[in-house]
Design a protein around this ligand. Structure first.
Ligand code: 13P
Length: 293
């Protein structure tokens, strides 16, 4: 199945009450495992590349490899730039092959967020690429990405969300309703009334950052209220690290045993969460609804 248009993919997800997982990839083994997990679940999938991880791999080389993997996949795939730092990042990501981008201006005052995001949307739309904007702030609490998202949680205002989507022209809106980047401390408390009000106020598919660590019921409550994309990384990283380190304890098994263990752990978690997000089994129905990217 091909690389597909992300806007078509997420419109289908919102219309049918499920979310596509946007799984953070840090290297070619993650890309292969994410796609393998989605194939096992017959689910559409987004492979997501966070700019904060670019120090750990060669982004242009990995995106080229990911395009090749996506084109040979048995499920629809999209390739996404996550938390880009500015216009240059978005331009580079599109040139290299991402078919969806996010430049994160959510830490800025409202008017500055609008201006920065509007400029990225104008540029990306000129290239036929959809854009995710973020309004409200999702902080980091614990885990490898936490310090990249300092500060306090700021919830998304439904009224501002409507103005923001209109003013920026974004295709998807990332919201802050109680999740955090990285590991959670204690029980996550989601503001579902706020989410429902945002979904009523804006027509575009909604996005959740900080997808790790919610209960199955909470994921269901999100998808019932307009969430069509769930960003998910920390759990994959933790499972991959544990699987690789177990395998490496037996040095004689060699490095490839760690690669195989990492891939299996990531693929299993992707398949499990595709089912929880409601995306499992949707690949065949989704494909005719999507333009090829
Ligand atoms: P988690 O690491 O908490 O799953 O969040 C990932 C994310 O939101 C990437 O944008």
């Amino acid at each position: 199945m091909p690389l597909v248009d992300l806007k078509d993919m997420l419109r289908h997800a919102r219309a049918h009450g499920y979310a596509v997982g946007a799984y953070g990839a840090v290297g070619s083994n993650f890309v292969a495992a994410i796609v393998a997990g989605a194939e096992a679940a017959h689910a559409p999938v987004i492979v997501s590349f966070a700019e904060s991880h670019f120090a750990h791999y060669d982004f242009p080389a990995l995106i080229a490899a990911a395009q090749s993997t996506a084109r040979r996949a048995r499920v629809p795939v999209a390739l996404f730039l996550d938390h880009g730092s500015g216009m240059d990042s978005a331009v580079a990501a599109i040139r290299h092959g991402c078919n969806g981008v996010m430049v994160d201006a959510s830490h800025l005052p409202f008017d500055d967020n609008v201006a920065a995001t509007r400029a990225v949307a104008d540029m990306a739309h000129g290239a036929g690429v959809p854009v995710e904007g973020a309004l409200g702030y999702v902080p980091g609490v614990e885990g490898e990405d936490a310090e990249r998202h300092p500060g306090e949680m700021r919830p998304t205002s439904p009224g501002e969300a409507a103005i923001y989507v209109d003013a920026t022209g974004v295709d998807f809106l990332a919201v802050s309703v109680g999740t955090v980047h990285g590991r959670l401390r204690g029980e996550p408390r989601l503001d579902l009334d706020r989410l429902a009000a945002i979904a009523d106020a804006v027509g575009v598919p909604l996005v959740i950052h900080g997808g790790t660590g919610l209960s199955d019921e909470q994921y269901g409550a999100l998808t019932a209220r307009g969430v069509a994309k769930i960003n998910y990384y920390t759990a994959l990283s933790d499972l991959a690290a544990a699987a690789a380190s177990n395998a490496l304890a037996d040095v004689e098994a060699g490095y490839t045993a760690a690669i195989d263990a990492l891939r299996a752990a990531v693929a299993d978690e992707v398949a499990r969460t595709c089912a929880v997000f409601g995306a499992a089994g949707r690949a065949d129905a989704l494909l005719p609804a999507c333009r090829h990217a």
